[in-house]
Design a protein around this ligand. Structure first.
Ligand code: GRF
Length: 203
């Protein structure tokens, strides 16, 4: 499959996806990486991997919806089958959801439905949970709300800072995001209402 990755920042999850494709753990390739921020380091990672890396500036469009329509058009021009949000800090709107129905994935640094939205790791720490983690899910109109594909848990340790927890979770993100993309690429994810059924290889 052809994957389009949307980023806003450092792009360590993008790197995990690029590595997964290169090493054959994901049966597909990254066709294009698009950032809404010109200075996103992930653009550099993409170029280094020989992947087209574009900056699209939301401020250049009359509305958020217009921006998402342009984004969808650009991704379609690259023949993208699957869109992966990887540290992309904007909400995905109507035109993207229509262009890629059940074909947009996101990674979120909490065990959803706990702690949706911004600063999930800080939310978890402040809440005092003893287990935190990350979630790969399909993107729907609600924020961090779509059907859950994979999750991984990590312990919250005594004395953890937000940065400690962020790092521990990030290591798991880099493991489960490529894994979820592989399952998608192999056609093994079946959405049944709220739930995602994962087919065995044999089915
Ligand atoms: C990750 O924690 C991801 O879960 C969240 O944003 C962060 C992106 O990090 N959505 P990176 O840009 O992939 O390094």
């Amino acid at each position: 499959i052809r994957i389009g990755v949307l980023i806003s920042g450092s792009g360590t999850n993008l790197q995990a996806i690029l590595d997964g494709c290169r090493e054959g753990r994901i049966p597909g390739r990254v066709a294009v990486v698009i950032s809404d921020r010109a200075d996103a380091y992930g653009l550099e990672r993409a170029r280094r991997a020989g992947v087209d890396a574009l900056h699209m500036d939301p401020a250049a469009y009359p509305s958020r919806t217009a921006f998402d329509a342009a984004l969808a058009e650009r991704l379609q021009a690259y023949g993208v089958d699957l869109v992966c949000l990887a540290g992309y800090m904007r909400l995905v709107r109507g035109p993207m959801l229509t262009a890629f129905p059940n074909r947009i994935l996101n990674i979120h640094p909490s065990l959803l439905p706990a702690f949706p939205g911004l600063e999930a790791q800080r939310q978890a720490l402040e809440h005092g949970v003893k287990v935190a983690g990350c979630t790969v899910h399909f993107v729907t109109a609600g924020v961090d709300e779509g059907p859950i594909i994979l999750q991984a848990a990590v312990p919250v340790l005594e004395g953890d800072t937000v940065e400690d927890l962020r790092r521990r979770i990030l290591a798991e993100e880099h493991r489960i995001y490529p894994e979820a993309i592989r399952l998608f690429a192999e056609g093994r994810l079946v959405i049944e209402g709220r739930r995602v059924r994962i087919l065995d290889r044999a089915e």
